[in-house]
Design a protein around this ligand. Structure first.
Ligand code: PLP
Ligand code: ZN
Length: 373
């Protein structure tokens, strides 16, 4: 099977080190199939869906036990919380990192470079540690202290970059260019295998609902791996007839950084990206926005934006219900609450909210926002 460039349609062999198309477009992995009987039920990790993952049957995988996180039916408006906040490094990014790092290890890469606001950096650092690879992370200067410590404890080198988020990406790419042959830039927002790992969350929800499909999914949107991974996973299940239809996918952004929302409502020129509580979804120019909007529309969902006040309120309410999540994740919860209030989603429906990150990651920021420290 091969990767296809989303922009120009050119194809590339999957087993090579190709990170983007010659036209500058990003690559997509092909759809694969999974059926109930393909699941390796004795494997309590996302590798139970290996049949649908682009890693050869006999290839070694780098695993820290990621995946198969709880799907919790809450008394929080009847919402289901998919607790990816309980992943090995504390965020859903482990799904993508496990795939990417396993692939790079197989190709004989020695050093991996990524740029991140924190969680994908922590995930890359952890999986590189497990794989015995060197890891160099470029982060925005504003990244939470908790994340910076975590990344370095895994043994990764950290370089803080001042300025806009795009500057961080440019710095990471420039470093990789200096070390061609030794290091690769494998940014999670563009690497074709990252969403492949993320799609397993859809399979898990299907399995955990007793081979069912929820009515609604609520996910955050930064670069789009979580959302497009979710979309792809459910699409693959629909393609082989394992589920009858797609869930509606609702995508949440923060008003402080709202490029996807602005595009969705036809006001692209009024998009902004200023510092806010939801650091994990603060990406001014998400390259997958066109694909994402088409996917949301196809499922009958919408894109919403939430205010800083709503994020704080949802953070408080989720914590009071026993779910200590990152502010970025609280934005998603806030979006789900708003969709319920406005009647777009009903409490009788099955609605799954993806909890992307653990509150312990951002205790410094949460403490400040709540006036506790
Ligand atoms: C990365 C991240 C997101 C955004 O995910 P994308 O795949 O970039 O859209 C949301 N929440 C948390 C906690 C994250 O770390
Ligand atoms: Zn191309």
């Amino acid at each position: 099977m091969s990767y296809t460039c989303y922009q120009c349609g050119k194809t590339y062999r999957e087993d090579q080190l190709i990170l983007e198309c010659t036209c500058g477009g990003y690559l997509k992995a092909p759809e694969r199939a999974i059926r109930k009987q393909d699941i390796i039920t004795q494997d309590p990790t996302l590798w139970r869906y290996r049949k649908a993952l682009p890693i050869g049957e006999n290839d070694p995988v780098i695993s820290l036990g990621e995946g198969l996180t709880p799907l919790v039916k809450t008394n929080f408006g009847g919402l289901f919380f998919k607790a990816d906040s309980l992943m090995p490094t504390g965020s859903f990014k482990d799904r993508g990192a496990a795939l990417v790092i396993s692939h790079l290890k197989k190709l004989g890469i020695k050093k991996v470079i990524n740029d991140s606001s924190g969680n994908s950096a922590a995930a890359y650092a952890a999986y590189c540690a497990a794989a015995g690879l060197e890891c160099h992370i470029f982060t925005p200067a504003s990244t939470s202290v908790g994340k910076l410590v975590q990344i370095q404890m895994y043994g990764a080198k950290v370089t803080k970059v001042a300025g806009a988020r795009d500057q961080v990406t440019l710095a990471a790419k420039a470093e990789a260019e200096k070390q061609v042959g030794q290091a690769v830039y494998a940014g999670h927002n563009t690497h074709p295998l990252f969403p492949e790992g993320c799609k397993t969350v859809a399979y898990e929800i299907w399995e955990q609902l007793g081979w069912g499909v929820p009515d609604n999914i609520v996910v955050p949107f930064g670069g789009g791996s979580a959302m497009l991974g979710m979309y792809k996973g459910f699409r693959e299940l629909v393609s082989v007839g394992e589920i009858p239809h797609m869930p509606r996918i609702f995508v949440i952004q923060a008003h402080s950084c709202n490029p996807l929302y602005s595009l969705f409502v036809g006001k692209e020129e009024s998009a902004q990206c200023v510092p806010g509580l939801a650091e994990g979804i603060s990406i001014a120019k998400p390259i997958k926005k066109v694909e994402a909007i088409a996917a949301v529309r196809q499922t009958g969902g919408t894109v919403e934006e939430v205010s800083e006040g709503e994020i704080i309120e949802a953070l408080r309410e989720a914590s009071r219900a026993g779910f200590y999540v990152e502010p970025t994740t609280a934005a998603t919860v806030a979006g789900a609450l708003r969709l319920q209030k406005t009647g777009v989603i009903r409490s009788a429906e099955k609605t799954v909210v993806l909890l992307t990150g653990n509150g312990l990651k951002a205790t410094d920021k949460i403490g400040q926002a709540m006036g506790l420290v």
